[in-house]
Design a protein around this ligand. Structure first.
Ligand SMILES: Cc1cc2nc3c(=O)[nH]c(=O)nc-3n(C[C@H](O)[C@H](O)[C@H](O)COP(=O)(O)OP(=O)(O)OC[C@H]3O[C@@H](n4cnc5c(N)ncnc54)[C@H](O)[C@@H]3O)c2cc1C
Ligand SMILES: *[C@@H]1O[C@H](CO)[C@@H](O)[C@H](O)[C@H]1NC(C)=O
Ligand SMILES: *[C@@H]1O[C@H](CO)[C@@H](O)[C@H](O)[C@H]1NC(C)=O
Ligand SMILES: *[C@@H]1O[C@H](CO)[C@@H](O)[C@H](O)[C@H]1NC(C)=O
Ligand SMILES: CC(=O)N[C@H]1CO[C@H](CO)[C@@H](O)[C@@H]1O
Length: 411
């Protein structure tokens, strides 16, 4: 039971993407009163695969998220193919992640993990009071000094903490006085999926059975990244290509494309992959941007989280993991008894101190990996380049220990 000095906070979260929902779960479990405001009603949820490396998965486990129901495929190796022939050039075993880092290297379909996070946040079983979801609530203005939000539908809300998890094109960020410096990436990306049934009919069974992340290219802009998800029922592909190819300017997660476009973009690719492309489903185009790190993440009672705070290239597969870690950090900082240690404002500063250096480092390493597969974690040895991001650094991270160090420094 909360003591008189440790009464729960009223927390408003803007955005019900993976980051916002993870924050809702983490804060609910600390018995806060959480309301999540989402601009849409989820009718058009889309997405391809997302991998959750061990420390991302670890939070999901700790929060009691039903990982098995999110139909993970455990990734066991990396395979590099010759671009034109598809011949295997190299294989790197990922080893036993559970033994080394405490959880598996799970690969999910975005929709499956989104569904499980919705359950963990809003359904009754579970630690803490269920969060409240308000859909069709598009935030249009924030007053950081008043801790208030105005929605397009005319509603208003106030809260002790406002968590802005409204994605790469965050409107809240703008309202905090941050105007991102960003450049168009050299690259765009197609995302698509294909069912295991179709793959088997095409004689491409190995793409499912390998339990691997498979690459074509990656030294330069062109790169194909393929991995199975959804219990092996689906294979998902990310296909990077030079942005000048079609000068995509449109933004969003649901710009549709056809198999012909996909085939035309990669005429000299491995014929087996082209066979897959001809039958690919749910093909979407994604315009990539490079954002410089922002000068700050918090203002008054408002903080940024996930892509709103540190949008990154997808090339380290860390976008959702870093959002889960942000959420985990909020849960640790605003644990049930936090008021005995610090104020809300100090807690938000602590959150920024804990998260910004690490997320920025992963953001920068993701940019370097865009055109150089040697920078991809897990790909080559940690000693071949000074300062390189490593699997050990990402997956062996001890957030509680880091937080304790920060607190010792403050006190
Ligand atoms: C529909 C969709 C599909 C995606 N597909 C992929 C994919 O295939 N592969 C991949 O690697 N990554 C994908 N991502 C991105 C990935 O989910 C994020 O990089 C990562 O999980 C961090 O998530 P986030 O919650 O910070 O941001 P996001 O996932 O972008 O979520 C932001 C949420 O905030 C809502 N929102 C935005 N503005 C407002 C506002 N003003 N008021 C209220 N709500 C608002 C959005 O509707 C969205 O639900 C996708 C994101 C979305 C939204
Ligand atoms: C929880 O938050 C909602 C939304 O701000 C508010 O209406 C409600 O009164 C709060 N409940 C408590 C117990 O503070
Ligand atoms: C924000 O809230 C403060 C404090 O309540 C108030 O003085 C100020 O006028 C508000 N700003 C805007 C733009 O409404
Ligand atoms: C953008 O760049 C300018 C010039 O370098 C700098 O003054 C400003 O702080 C930057 N803004 C952000 C949000 O990074
Ligand atoms: C935050 C978190 O769960 N960190 C863990 C990451 O993995 C290492 C290795 O298992 C653990 O020591 C950390 O506690």
């Amino acid at each position: 039971m909360p003591s008189a000095t440790n009464h729960p906070l009223n927390i408003a979260i803007i955005g019900a993407g993976l980051g916002g929902l993870a924050a809702a779960v983490a804060l609910r479990r600390e018995h806060h009163n959480v309301t999540v405001y989402e601009r849409y009603d989820f009718a058009g949820e889309v997405g391809a695969s997302l991998s959750a490396a061990p420390n991302g998965s670890k939070f999901l486990e700790r929060w009691g998220v039903d990982i098995q129901a999110a139909k993970p495929v455990i990734l066991r190796k990396l395979i590099m193919h010759d671009w034109a022939t598809g011949e295997t050039q190299n294989e790197y075993p990922l080893g036993d992640y559970r033994a080394k880092f405490g959880t598996e290297y799970n690969n999910f379909h975005r929709i499956d993990i989104h569904t499980q996070l919705l359950k963990s946040a809003f359904e009754t079983p579970g630690e803490g009071p269920p969060c409240t979801l308000q859909v069709n609530h598009k935030a249009i203005a924030i007053n950081a000094s008043a801790g208030s939000i105005t929605f397009e539908n005319g509603h208003h809300a106030t809260a002790d903490i406002i968590v802005a998890a409204d994605g790469i094109r965050s409107l809240t960020r703008q309202q905090l006085g941050i105007t991102p410096n960003y450049t168009l990436s050299t690259s765009c990306c197609y995302r698509c999926i294909i069912s295991a049934e179709k793959l088997r009919a095409l004689g491409l069974d190995d793409y499912i059975d390998n339990e691997a992340i498979e690459y074509w290219g990656g030294f330069g802009i062109n790169k194909i990244v393929m991995s199975p998800c959804s219990n092996g029922d689906v294979v998902s592909c990310y296909c990077f290509y030079p942005s000048e190819y079609n000068n995509l300017r449109e933004d969003g997660w649901s710009i549709a494309a056809s198999p012909e476009q996909l085939l035309d973009t990669f005429p000299d690719l491995d014929p087996r992959m082209r066979k897959l492309f001809a039958e690919a489903e749910d093909i979407k185009m994604w315009r990539l941007y490079r954002h410089d790190p922002y000068p700050y993440w918090t203002k008054g009672p408002v903080c940024l989280l996930g892509d709103a705070a540190h949008p990154m290239m997808p090339d380290q597969s860390q976008g959702s993991c870093m959002a889960f870690e942000d959420a985990g950090a909020l849960g640790l900082v605003f644990h049930r008894g936090f008021r005995d240690e610090y104020t809300v404002e100090a807690g938000l500063e602590l959150y920024e101190k804990l998260r910004k250096p690490r997320a920025t480092r992963v953001q920068e390493a993701s940019f370097r990996a865009r055109e150089d597969l040697n920078e991809r974690i897990g790909w080559s040895s940690k000693t071949d380049r000074p300062g390189k991001l490593t699997v050990e650094e990402v997956c062996g991270y001890d957030m509680e220990g880091h937080l304790r160090e920060l607190l010792a420094g403050v006190v």
